[in-house]
Each structure stands twice: as C-alpha cells, then as structure tokens.
Design a protein around this ligand. Sequence first.
Ligand code: GLN
Length: 469
Amino acid sequence: MIDTLRLTAYEAAKLLRERQITGAELWEAYRRAIDERDGELHCFLHVCDDPGGDGLPLAVKDVIGTKGIPTTAGSKILEGYVPVYDATVVRKAKEEHGLRVLGKTNTDEFAMGSSTENSAYGPSRNPWDPTRVPGGSGGGSAAAVSAGLTPWALGSDTGGSIKQPSALCGNVGLRPTYGTVSRYGAVAFASSLDQIGPVAKTVTDCAFLYSVIAGRDACDSTTVELPEAIRMPERVDLKGLRIGIPTEFTEHDAIQPGIRDLVHRTIELARELGAEVGECSLPLSLDYGLPCYYLIAPAEASSNLARYDGVRYGRRSASADRLEMYTRTRDEGFGDEPKRRILIGTYALSAGYYDAYYGQAQKVRTMLIREHAAAFEQFDVLLTPTSPTVAFELGAKTADPMAMYVNDLLTIPSCMAGLPGLNVPAGLVDGLPVGVQLIGPQFSENRLFETGYALEQAIGFDFVPERYR
Ligand code: GLN
C-alpha cells in the first residue's frame, strides 16, 4: 500500500527509480486518495486521466495554463476555456522531468483572495479542520498536498498566495525571486508581482520542484538565468548565518498570541542551531505595504482583466449587439472581488488620479525595496510569522474585504520588493499549523532552503493532519 499522506516526492521518485512501484500504481494511489477525501475538501476543479509514463504526478493551480486541460482561474468567465498550449512551467515539468499533470487545483477567482472562498466554484477546506479555510488564493494546492492528494503542487503568489496557504495547511511553500520563474501561459493578475512557485511537504521536495520550473524563458522577458544552480539542502546547523527579526512583524497586535510564542520558540531554536540572531526594523513595510499593494495590484489587474470580453476566451453571454455582449459577459462572468478590483484599479489609473494614487504607490514601493535592502546589509535572512492567525472558520471574513486583506499583512511587503520567501511549518497552535516566513535577498533561494531545512530537521513537524493519522 502506498501511503500518500506520508510519502514525499523525493521518496516517491526513489521508489520509482528502484522499480519498487510503477508509475501507474503511484497515479492510482493519488486518484484513490482524491476519491476518498476530495469530496469533503474540494481541492480539485478538474482531475486528469493518467497520461502514462513513470514521472511523478503534479497538481497545478488553475491559474496556470495546461494544454488540453480546462483552465478557469476559479472564474465563471473562463468556464469552458481549454488552453491550446502549456505554460512554460508545465511544459518544463512534463518535457524535462516527465511529471504528469494530476489535476487543476482550486483558487480564489483570478487568485484574488486569502481563503479560496472567492472561487466561483465553491471554497476548498482545510484538511486539519474542514470547518476552516485552507488559506488562499492557492488553498486548493496547499490542501491537496497536506491531504496526500498529490506529492506536490504548483501555486502562484502575487501577495502571499503560496506562503499563506502553506502556513495554514502545514506545507513548505516558496514564493521565488521575481523573474526566476516564467509567467508565460499563466493567467495574469498583477504582472509586476505574480510568481509561480512550488508547494510541498518538505524543504527538499520544494527545492527540487523549484529547480524544475526556474530559469530564463525566451517567452517571458522578465525572466533571468539563475546565478547558481539549486542545491538540495543538507546542512543541519545554522552556524555563521545572521538572522534578522523585524520586530514590527513579530510583535504586531494583529498576531495571535499563540503564534507569537511559537515564533519566539523557533527563533530560540535557530540560536541553538548556531545562528546569530538580531533585531531589525522594517517600519514602512508594515505601515505602507498593504495599502501600496492594494493600489498597485488592482491597477495592474484592471488592465490584465480587460482581455476577458467574451471574444477571446471562455464564456460569452448572448445578446443582440456587440457592446451589450461585452458588458453582459463581464457582468455575469466576473465575481464580486475581481469587479471590486477592476473598479479600484481603473480609478487609480484614471488621468486625474494617476499621480496621486498609482504614481505615489510606485514611489512607496521603491521605499519598501530600499528598506529591505538596508536590512540585508546586516542580515542574511529575515524571519517573521507568515500569517497573523491560524486557519479561520469558513465565512468568518467573507463579509468584510478589509478583514480578508489583513491576512496578507506580513507576506505582502517582501513580495512588493521582489524578494523570495519560504514558508516552513513551525508547529501547531490549537491543533492548527503555524508557519514562519524566511525572507532573503534576490536569488537567495539556496540560502532559504538551507535555513528552512535545518529548522525543519530540528522542529520535526509532522505534516500529516492529525485526523488522518
Ligand atoms: N490575498 C492577496 C490578494 O488577494 C494575495 C493573493 C495572491 O498572492 N495571489 O490579492
């Protein structure tokens, strides 16, 4: 029997290599797990047939285009859309590593949200407690990994959509340095922020999946070659590493007390592993990160979402004339959150307000970049909580968009600065996973994996949700 709840991608690859299991058996095991548990969790919007071969299965967030496989971005406006080509990340996974797309995972509509409750196809649920959300927008990917429905998954992160769900579901998730992973073939939300990245059970699996998808792509001019190859982490100590603790992030009022304690315990552990730990300060990031993001991201979204007009992709609402067809398609096809952001973004970009809002937000963004750069003159890695709270009950924040936005308070600033961030599970509070976020300078993924690996080994977090053990 293959225990998909415990099996890591690394171990599965080894079993396949040693011919202890076949590719078909492995696929079958995940399909069985999906049949058993996804009725309750709703991680998948689409499950694929086995394309054959011996590669590992891979779940793909539904904002990433997959040839011949429906891609909806969690939106009714893309219902029925089947891409004619693979996103570069999917092509690389298939062609260069033989990975097989297992299915498409649920997401907040156009990746706008923090709980998957904005998905037009209904929310996903947290495998640790199905009355609670798995986080978002990539809650489907994160929940699928922790419920053993896939060895690993691809997510996308604009302001926290890999890091935050990974924290709430007890996964390791990387938001890569902006520009290291191709966005070609991904549904665009906010192009200066969007990055595709891996979600996995362990740091090693996460590092491996990152090495599969990273690198320059001629189809995405914002990509660059990695300055160094991705190494599988091995060291179990942190000697010589300087870790900075931005106190505004660890001591903020919005942070649940139990999470604060666990973060302090993790900091203590890092010290015991040999790291030099010191305090630092990122005051602008915390005060202006969120408001700045909620101008820039909607501004870019309003422009990116203009392409959904009933002509080029997916849904078209019937009507007598063309203008009415456009407007009805958009009115009926988009849910409340994309509409809210299109309105905010269009307003912020309008001629009379451009300088006051969008222009000003860009200046603030530069200040956030500088503030992080200054911290990295003294420290190699910054450590903060990933999410201010553990997974919350379904429905708890749906009536109040502002309450929902605050989930991303801690993940957004480094995204604005284009920096990589790794979520590593730190333990449980009230039986629910808590993650720490490790932030490094651009292209410091190897260092983040090494730091995360040493912590992971010392923490010994059991990634199988208690109710499945
Ligand atoms: N929750 C944030 C938002 O709603 C971030 C989403 C994301 O990273 N895609 O915009």
